[in-house]
Each structure stands twice: as C-alpha cells, then as structure tokens.
Write a new protein. Structure first.
Length: 221
C-alpha cells in the first residue's frame, strides 16, 4: 500500500506518461515476483519470438522521428495481438497505445484489465485515461469518487507517522477535488502550504496544476 501512495502521486504529476514508464507502471504493479517469473516461464516459443522481434525493432528506431516511430509501433500491433500470454500482450499493447496517443484504445484495454483483475493502480490509470480518452465529465468524476473512497479506507490502515502517509492523504484530497467537490480546493491549498519538504511540495503543486487543467478543460466544453 505504501508503494501505491507513491505511485499515485507520480501518476498525478506525469499523467498518461506515467503508465507508459517502465520505472513506474511495471515496478509498481501489485504483481508478486513469483507471478512475474511464472509469466515469463510460461511464454511459448512463438510468443518469445514475437516479443524479441518487437524489442529489436524498437531498439533500432530513431525515436526523434516521432511520425515514423508511431507508424512502426502501430504497424506492430497486428503481430503483438498474436501473443497468447495475456500479461505480456497487454503490457506491450498498452505501451504502444500510450506512446502513440491512442488513448481510447488504452482506456478500453485498461477497462478490460480492470474488470478481469481489479487493482488500485489500474483504477488510478483508468481515472486518468478517462480524461485523455475524452470521456464524459460524469464518468471522470465518478471514477475519482470511487478512488477517493478506496483511499479513505486505506488511509485508516496506515499510521499518520508513516512517511508515506502524506502521499495517500494528498491522493485522497486531490481525488475528492477531481470528483467535483470544489470545497476541497481550499483544503488542498492549506495542505500544500503545510508541507515543509520543498521537493514534496513541488510534486504536490505540479499534480494540483495538472488537476486544474483537466477540470478547466471539462468546464470549457
């Protein structure tokens, strides 16, 4: 749970790029190491060949040429979809969708993963993708309302003296604000002002700024 609080803050800061970052999404997934090893060991020869070919293709790409890089990744999807190992296939599909701005496809895939096996990380991803996939304001706010309820319950299990508690508390406040509770704006500002660590304060200010951009975008439509 402590790792989830950190994941939450990083996701709120970096938005959709967070879930395409291996350092965040792959390392912070609530998947036990044994399960990861099991997934790798059960890869068929065909799956392994497809994955290795894709990795070799990506390693040769000039990522500065975004138009070509996007085309190559999108063209790879037909082959990637042949991977029979769900975890590996979905991981690569999500990376491609996010890297190329295919947010509707990313949203739909994450929604399927969420229904198949719920995790708090996937719910956070779904809430954020609801914005990037241009879902309705009601859906966006409902997702964050659900997330806030989960965070409120999880915070009860963590000591307020725990260094990670403030990340969970911040996630709760921001989720409440994103869910349409405008009265949390003042609570958020007071919370930020109370933070002594300048690095942490900057992280919270950045994620609050992105939240304001998202809310303003919905209000202008």
């Amino acid at each position: 749970m402590k790792h989830f609080f950190i994941f939450l803050t990083l996701f709120f800061i970096f938005g959709s790029t967070a879930c395409s970052s291996e350092k965040i999404s792959l390392n912070q997934n609530e998947v036990k190491e044994a399960q990861k090893k099991e997934s790798i060991s059960t890869l068929s020869k065909e799956d392994t060949a497809i994955i290795n070919d894709y990795k070799n293709t990506i390693n040769k790409l000039n990522l500065r040429d975004k138009e070509n890089a996007d085309k190559v990744m999108k063209d790879s999807l037909s082959e990637i979809k042949k991977i029979t190992n769900d975890q590996e296939r979905q991981k690569i599909e999500m990376q491609i969708y996010l890297a190329t701005g295919m947010y509707e496809e990313a949203y739909n895939l994450n929604n399927k993963m969420l229904k198949d096996s719920f995790s708090q990380e996937l719910l956070v991803t779904q809430c954020e993708l609801s914005y990037y996939a241009k879902r309705s304001k009601d859906e966006y706010e409902k997702c964050y309302s659900d997330l806030a309820l989960i965070l409120k319950e999880e915070l009860r299990k963590v000591s307020k003296n725990d260094p990670q508690y403030i990340y969970g508390e911040w996630g709760y406040l921001l989720s409440m604000y994103k869910s349409g509770n405008v009265e949390y704006k003042n609570k958020i500002k007071k919370f930020i002002d109370s933070i002594q660590d300048e690095t942490v304060k900057y992280q919270f200010e950045s994620s609050y700024g992105l939240a304001e951009e998202q809310k303003s975008s919905y209000e202008s439509n």
